[in-house]
Structure formats: structure tokens, C-alpha cells
Design a protein. Sequence first.
Length: 229
Amino acid sequence: MIDRLNDLLKGAGLFVRGGFHVVPADDMPLLSDGGTAVSVLLIGNAGGDMWEAFEAQADRQRRNPLDSWLRPEIERVAAEVDAMPVFPNDGPPFVPVQDWAARAEPVYRSPIGIMIHPEFGLWHVYRAALLFRDRIELPPRLAAPSPCDTCVKKPCLTVCPADAFRPDSFDARACSSHVESAAGINCRERGCLARRACPVGRDYLYEQDQQAFHTTAMLAAVKSGYGLD
Ligand code: B12
Ligand code: SF4
Ligand code: SF4
């Protein structure tokens, strides 16, 4: 199943990130027939592969071009393996995809909220969870500690010009005000300074166009009140 899925996802620059078996305490969305999922696989991207595929295949003139391109791709793949896709960015309410990720693979909450991966650093995202009605064999969960445990200087926490990182939360409005201002040109065009300050996963750093694209999307999301109280 994992190899087949990876083959199906490769063209879009995605891959299987890991999975877990559902336990009764999980508030898992129901399957389309009202049944309960037994196993879950997360799919996502790391580094620039998805961006390259997007640039080659997507219609940039469409509204929400990344979602408009990727969603049908994922739905098609899910149908081929008889799974139901759940999209982390659909909501509110949002599915707790970062908690699911920590069960699926060695990722850990970084001081700036984004999950850190020992290889990909902060340069990876979850695009969907595939819910299966039957128990499937999961890829092995690799054991690796959080890189943050041994990162003494924690530069991610000292470079944000908007002081947007609070002990347990992210001040999205402080971030977006800075990024939109004249002084925010570095974050706006080259991506979040705090994320870029992290020494882990440098090989997976997004290129400038990708950084700017995601930053523009983040600004639009904050403006619309998406995910904010
Ligand atoms: C709404 C949302 C946003 C909003 C507001 C988020 C906010 N107020 O913190 C906006 C648009 C600002 C945003 C921005 C970004 N987001 Co966002 N976002 C989400 C979304 C859809 C829902 C988050 C939520 O409210 N969940 C509700 C419950 C379920 O969440 P939670 O577990 O309690 O945790 C959230 C917060 O409480 C907070 N948090 C929890 N504990 C802690 C601890 C600390 C120290 C901090 C700082 C934050 C923090 O972080 C979580 C997400 O913000 C998630 C996807 C998802 N389904 O979770 C993506 C998600 C968290 N975002 C993601 C990303 C990549 C980003 C951006 C980097 C995008 C960009 N390029 O600009 C920025 C960076 C923001 C940052 N530094 O945290 C990824 C992170 C991937 C990863 N590796 O972990 C996710 C998981 C989406 C995905 N499909 O993978 N996001
Ligand atoms: S800079 Fe250090 S503490 Fe911050 S996310 Fe990277 S490894 Fe973790
Ligand atoms: S984009 Fe810039 S202002 Fe926003 S959190 Fe990152 S470093 Fe701070």
C-alpha cells in the first residue's frame, strides 16, 4: 500500500509521511458511509518537490491555485486506494493534524509552533490524512529525538521583528502587520525569518518564489480571519 501510494503521489511531489491506528479517544471524522476509520496515513511534502510539480502543472490564474490543483490530485489518489481524504486546512473546526503527525513520524512541536522533523527541519507540510475503513500495514515509525532538544541558541526565537511568538501561541496579526509594512520586505519576499533561522533541514529550504507564494497566502488568510479568534 505505501509503495503504491508513493507511486501515485510522486507526480505531485507528495509522499506518505507515516500513519497510525485509530484509538477510541480519537475524535476522528466519520467515513462517508458513516463508518469509523481504523487506520490513517498522512501525506505531505518536504522541500521543493511539490512546488516544482505545481509550477509545471497548475493553472496559476485560478483562485487558490495551489489548492485548486492539489485537492483533485489527492482525491483521485484516495479513490484509487479506497480511502477518504481529510484536509488539514479545511475548517474551523480543524483536525489536529500536528498531533496526528507526532503519532505518525518523529516530528515535534518546535518553539515556533511548526512541527520540526529531524531531516526536513521546518520545511514540510501535511496535505491530507487518508482514512481507511480496514486496518492497513503502517510504515515503521523511525526513532529520532527532536533537534530542538540540543539546539542551545534557539535562533528561531530571537529573530522575529514582530515578536510574534508567545510561549504557547502565535500572534498572527502582529506577524502580518509587520510583513505587510515596508520594514517587512525580508519576510514578505524571502519567507519567515524565524523559520529560516533554523539550522536543521537546510537542504529542504524553500526557494524564494515558493516562500513568497506561501507568505502571500498567509497574509490573505490572516486578513480573512481564517483560524483566528
Ligand atoms: C489556522 C492556521 C494558521 C493561521 C493561524 C494560526 C495560529 N493562530 O496559530 C495562519 C494563517 C496565521 C497560519 C500561519 C502559518 N501556518 Co498554519 N495552520 C493553521 C491550521 C489550518 C489550523 C491551526 C489551528 O488552529 N488548529 C486548531 C488545533 C487543532 O490546533 P493546536 O494543535 O492546538 O495548535 C495550533 C495553535 O494552537 C498553535 N500552537 C499550539 N501549540 C503551540 C505552541 C507554540 C509555542 C506556538 C508558537 C504555537 C502553538 O499552533 C497550531 C497551529 O497554529 C493548521 C492545520 C491544522 N489542522 O492544525 C495549519 C498549520 C499549523 N500551519 C502550517 C504552516 C506551515 C503555517 C505557516 C508556516 C504558513 C506560511 N508559510 O506562512 C504559517 C506559520 C505560523 C506559525 N509560525 O505558527 C502547517 C504546519 C506544518 C508543520 N510542519 O507543523 C499546518 C499544520 C498546516 C498543514 N497543512 O500542515 N496557520
Ligand atoms: S532553531 Fe533550534 S530550537 Fe528553533 S526550531 Fe530550529 S532546532 Fe528547534
Ligand atoms: S514572517 Fe516575519 S514577522 Fe512573521 S513570524 Fe516570521 S519572522 Fe516574525
